[in-house]
Design a protein around this ligand. Sequence first.
Ligand SMILES: O=C(NCc1cccc(CNc2ccc3[nH]ncc3c2)c1)c1cc(-c2ccc(F)cc2)cc(O)c1O
Ligand SMILES: [Mg+2]
Length: 215
Amino acid sequence: TRTTRPQRLLQAVSINAVRGDPDSVIKAIDHFCKHTEWAMNVGDEKGAILDLVVMETCPSTVLELGTYCGYSTVRITRLLPPATKLITVEMNPEYAHVARQVIQHAGLQDKVCVLEGESADLIPKMANMFGIQAFDFVFLDHWKDHYLPDIRLLEDCGLLAQGSVVLADNVVCPGAPDYLNYVRYNLKYSSRFYQAHLEYTRVLDGLERSEYQGD
Ligand SMILES: O=C(NCc1cccc(CNc2ccc3[nH]ncc3c2)c1)c1cc(-c2ccc(F)cc2)cc(O)c1O
Ligand SMILES: [Mg+2]
């Protein structure tokens, strides 16, 4: 096929979503994934849990690892007050290019920085790049075997502070067993599981919310 799935998803957004309206972008992507083609967005069921956790956290600094087409980026950023910034990391250049256009269609481009590259390379540079101390909220949705090394790297770089919330997608499907074991049995975290389903399916999945207790 000439086009890729992210390009077909972007086309559905540009045709069906109202420019500058994040909720219509979210609805257009969910409709596309339910009726036309499955894609690995966090989706509407887990997305509603993501919304609640973001709203109760009221973050001023947000990091997302794994942008894909920007669905969760739009979900999170639409809930943030004007002064806040969201940094999202995507190592696949084609995903990043589509995500920037989805985010722009939602009218949220001024609140989002899409960084192209690997989390392990970029995390150590973020404090200097953005003049931040710690992230109030982190959403993990990239390669599942990178969740554990990356949360440890965030700790080592001093980018987590007491009260920082880390929310991880797909802790059941595809799964992140080593990550779960770490955040659930480590006194530095207070962890809680939100049972749900894999986006747009009846397969079991869930999100893990882990609050950093400080050093
Ligand atoms: O694997 C997943 N997502 C991650 C992912 C996947 C592919 C490429 C990238 C490239 N992006 C990337 C990589 C490394 C990176 N380092 N720093 C940034 C960064 C960015 C990322 C995933 C899979 C399923 C799933 C699939 C099939 C199935 F049957 C059930 C479930 C459902 C999900 O919700 C998922 O999130
Ligand atoms: Mg995911």
